[in-house]
Design a binder for this molecule. Structure first.
Ligand code: GLN
Length: 309
């Protein structure tokens, strides 16, 4: 890891926005969330929150977007924080799946134990775990993000949640399959609802970079310890191996940093000891990861030397 150094960040980020903001519509929109298709294709924002407390940003970095699966990083941190017995790791594995984020096929082979906490099946188990503390787990996730981002901006887009819930057959299938194997404690429908609402949280690049900073700071957030240094390391490792689903290998090759994508077009990336980065551009590649966002991060990592390698 190279320390934050020489090249001043503001001109680099401006240049990244100039080079990567889509000029014409390419890529796709999430098939299962009709409302997200309406987001203009040329939105592009980037923000960097450093461990020394500075925030740099450019483009649409203050425009709220749907965080979707980026929420899975935070629910995992919240679940690990309260899991001194380690029960969570008996319910979900830590292996890359090599399959799409909403795949059902491995769940049967692994007897109802999802391959990792970042595919939908694993995230449903994590949300179920959080629901043991409170039935409104999504509201708890929102409170956590509001506190970590030190911003009252984040909110749940109930219209987007409703739009997704109306076409959540696959997530319902996953939840009932998990329930059938005894790996969900709460009713399947309540888990899906909490999961979809946690995915529908709206945040800006600046807010997400600040909220993710604890992972670059050995688990220390703006208000104190979020997770132990060991768990911060482990969450980063799972991001590197599983954060981009069946494109995790390609993303590691191109960017060299732990990242987590969402079908809203956001990607949160951690540079341990240095910064958290959030990039957002809504159009997706075939694996459901932001097309322009991935290209921009590859470019940024090459230009700054930021990488875990
Ligand atoms: N809410 C979305 C879903 O369950 C999240 C998927 C994603 O961001 N990869 O399909």
């Amino acid at each position: 890891t190279t320390a934050l150094k020489a090249p001043p960040l503001d001109p680099i980020l401006d240049d990244i926005v100039r080079s990567h903001r889509p000029q014409q519509e390419t890529g796709s929109v999430p098939a299962n969330i009709p409302l997200l298709a309406a987001v203009p294709f040329d939105r592009f924002g980037i923000a960097v929150a450093t461990t020394s407390g500075e925030v740099f940003s450019s483009g649409d970095a203050d425009v709220p977007f749907s965080i979707q699966s980026i929420s899975k990083v935070f629910t995992l941190a919240m679940a690990l924080r309260g899991d001194s017995s380690g029960i969570l790791w008996s319910r979900v594995l830590r292996e890359p799946s090599g399959t799409s984020f909403n795949s059902l096929v491995q769940l049967e082979l692994e007897h109802g134990i999802p391959r990792n906490p970042f595919i939908n099946a694993g995230a449903l188990v994590v949300t179920d775990h959080l629901m043991e503390e409170t039935s409104d787990a999504a509201a708890q996730v929102l409170r956590f993000l509001t506190a970590q981002a030190a911003s009252t901006g984040p909110f749940i887009d109930e219209a987007a949640a409703a739009s997704e819930l109306a076409s959540s057959s696959r997530n319902r299938a996953l939840a009932h399959f998990l329930k059938g194997f005894g790996n969900l404690k709460q009713p399947a429908e309540s888990v899906v609802q909490n999961y979809v609402r946690q995915c529908s949280i709206m945040m800006t690049c600046v807010e997400l970079a600040k909220a993710g900073l604890f992972l670059a700071r050995d688990g220390h957030g703006s208000l104190g310890t979020v997770v132990s240094p060991s768990d911060a390391k482990r969450i980063g490792s799972i991001m590197l191996t599983c954060g981009m689903y069946d494109a995790a290998g390609e993303f590691a090759y191109r960017v060299g940093l732990p990242g987590k994508s969402g079908v809203g077009g956001g990607i949160l990336v951690i540079v341990p000891g240095v910064c958290a980065i959030c990039v957002w551009s809504p159009r997706l590649d075939a694996k459901g990861n932001s097309l322009a966002g991935t290209a921009a991060l590859a470019d940024l990592s090459d230009r700054t030397g930021w990488s875990v390698f």
